[in-house]
Design a protein. Structure first.
Length: 428
């Protein structure tokens, strides 16, 4: 809705500095959007801190696609046109909005894949520290003075300054000829978030796309819901990802993760015609230690290998099956998950699950069997040293380092982007 808000300002602001600032924001909004649009799938490529669905074409709650379609009706598909809700009105509201800047539109039309887009979305200057409104309670509940908000801005620092000493939170997006894949280096799993998500075209359809996503869930009496204290730390190189699931207190109520079962789940949309295998074999019900689970759907394969798991008092096991994804699609999903049972954690404990993931077109990797074998033999190192930290290295081209300590809150960012917990953290 940023487009609508900015367009509304143009109607009221006279010439002068506020209008010039609005024009700069309008340009920034368009550039950032177009940099992440993946034309083969009609998607705003991930990752997403907040998304109403996994497939942009199948719903109208995310109104962004109407703006993009209005500018590029010949190359950007619209998908569904109405859902019977307030979104029906949105296309009419934007007809008088200012156009996309002409030079950005031209650059978008001539952009070529593959390409990578990296963005810094948050930062913490260790010299300033975190303002109160960036600690618990969550930012969106914070109240403060003008001076407090000024301190909040200062606490972010300027990551582009050579003298900056702090941490950054960044997103990485790969836009390939068919596949787009996006990750964020650290994100707590909350409602509507998609810290790791990929898309590719669905054969013969311009009104929908396929998607593959990772989720951290809690299962209570057979019902799945997001685990707010589950944090995914991710490092991406093209379509390869190193991942670490770690844990912290719920930002809403400060409670530490606790559930009969926690799930690290990987899933695709069911109407992609997926086939799930383990080590290249069909019909498996479980994933053995060191095994590689794959999903092959519509000419694309996704493979996941569990590298290491250390969760106090819990058993970690791989299972083939689907989970309830409230922001998936009505057709449902298919996939597999690693079950952590039971999950009972306290501040200062060390707990993590590490994994490696790769996506590839079936024709390029030898299908599910070929990708499974490639990932199983991939030179990935896992080092649990010094205590309370894990380093992952995929043959030098993809690296991840993060704390494994259970944190008390969203307290401060560490150099690798993971979240530490005040007195139990090791970054001061």
């Amino acid at each position: 809705m940023n487009f609508r808000a900015l367009a509304s300002l143009f109607l009221f602001l006279p010439e002068g500095e506020p209008r010039e600032m609005t024009e700069r924001l309008w340009r920034f909004q368009w550039k950032d959007t177009l940099d992440h649009i993946h034309l083969p799938t009609g998607q705003l490529a991930g990752p997403h801190g907040r998304a109403y669905g996994r497939d942009m074409l199948r719903h109208t709650h995310g109104c962004l696609k109407f703006h993009v379609h209005q500018e590029f009706p010949d190359i950007f598909p619209l998908g569904v046109e109405a859902d019977g809700g307030s979104s029906d009105l949105h296309p009419a509201l934007i007809t008088a909005d200012p156009p996309c800047p002409a030079d950005l539109a031209e650059s978008f039309r001539t952009a070529r894949a593959p390409r990578a887009v990296v963005r810094v979305v948050d930062s913490c200057d260790f010299a300033v520290g975190l303002a109160e409104c960036r600690k618990q309670p969550p930012f969106w509940k914070a109240r403060g003075t003008a001076a407090g908000w000024d301190l909040q801005i200062q606490s972010k620092g300027n990551p582009r300054d050579p003298s900056f000493r702090g941490a950054v939170k960044k997103t990485t997006t790969w836009l390939g000829p068919r596949i787009c894949l996006g990750t964020v280096n650290v994100e707590a799993m909350g409602f509507q978030s998609a810290p790791l998500i990929a898309h590719w075209p669905q054969t013969g359809r311009s009104d929908r796309a396929n998607f593959f996503t990772a989720m951290v869930l809690a299962r209570f009496e057979g019902n799945d819901s997001y685990l707010p204290g589950g944090v995914l730390c991710l490092a991406q190189s093209r379509t390869r990802v190193l991942g670490l699931l770690r844990f912290e207190a719920d930002a809403e109520d400060g409670a530490f993760p606790s559930a009969p079962e926690a799930l690290l789940a990987f899933q695709v949309n069911l109407d992609s015609g997926p086939e799930v295998r383990v080590d290249g074999r069909r019909g498996a019900k479980a994933i053995p230690p060191g095994g590689v689970a794959t999903i092959e759907a519509d000419g694309v394969c996704a493979a996941v290998r569990l590298l290491a798991a250390d969760v106090p008092g819990a058993e970690v096991s791989g299972v083939i099956g689907s989970v309830a994804d409230p922001y998936g699609v009505k057709e449902g999903g298919a996939g597999f998950f690693h079950r952590i049972s039971p999950l009972r954690l306290a501040a200062g404990q060390s707990a993590f699950v590490a994994f490696a993931l790769e996506l590839a077109e079936s024709a390029d990797c030898g299908g599910a069997t070929g990708l499974a074998e490639s990932l199983r033999s991939a030179p990935v190192r896992v080092e649990k040293s010094p205590p309370g930290r894990v380093r992952l290295d995929w043959d030098g081209f993809c690296r991840l380092e993060a704390s494994t300590l259970v944190a008390e809150a969203h307290y401060c960012l560490t150099p690798e982007g993971a979240v530490e917990g005040g007195p139990v953290g090791d970054e001061k």
